[in-house]
Design a protein. Structure first.
Length: 172
């Protein structure tokens, strides 16, 4: 019996198309591993995206005195890694910038942030991190989770690879 292989496709995205893919995946996945560097070691921590703006910048709330903020002040190069189950992944490379304007804090504020910033929007320790991507990579499904699950089940039963994936580079 012959095995058939259905390979995923590659679709590199630039400019507006890349920003749309980042918005789609980032808003769906929400949580990323936020990676900074210290003493030539990579440091990962989970962070929740508060907003992805129209130019593709990702915004986070952060404590001014956190290690992550200190690491960004020394080295702005940051990596973000998103993942969900077996169907959606994204990695982004870029630079992070610390901002402390009250307007931006108010814009990004959510009630759940009070867990970390007990004084609310006016907490003196609150800051914003703006992540501006240079490039990245994504893995997604063409037809959504239901079709992907059916294809994976079929592949398990038949022994045939039925890749429904689409992947590609993301470039500003």
């Amino acid at each position: 019996m012959q095995n058939f292989i259905f390979m995923g496709s590659i679709k590199n995205l630039q400019g507006h198309d890349a920003i749309e893919k980042i918005q789609d995946l980032g808003e769906d996945l929400k949580i990323c591993m936020f990676c900074t560097q210290e003493n030539e070691k990579l440091i990962f921590r989970p962070m929740s995206v508060n907003k992805i703006d129209e130019v593709g910048d990702l915004w986070f709330l952060s404590d001014k005195s956190s290690n992550k903020n200190k690491q960004i002040e020394k080295d702005q190069v940051v990596e973000l890694v998103f993942g969900h189950g077996t169907d959606r992944f994204m990695s982004l490379h870029g630079n992070a910038y610390i901002e402390t304007t009250k307007e931006k804090i108010k814009e990004l504020w959510t009630p759940i942030a009070k867990i970390w910033f007990t004084e609310g929007e006016d907490d003196p320790n609150i800051s914003c991190i703006r992540f501006s991507f240079d490039d990245g990579y994504y893995w997604d499904t063409k037809h959504g989770k239901i079709v992907e699950t059916i294809k994976m089940a079929t592949a398990l039963v038949t022994g045939k690879t039925m890749d429904d994936g689409i992947e590609g580079r993301l470039e500003r």
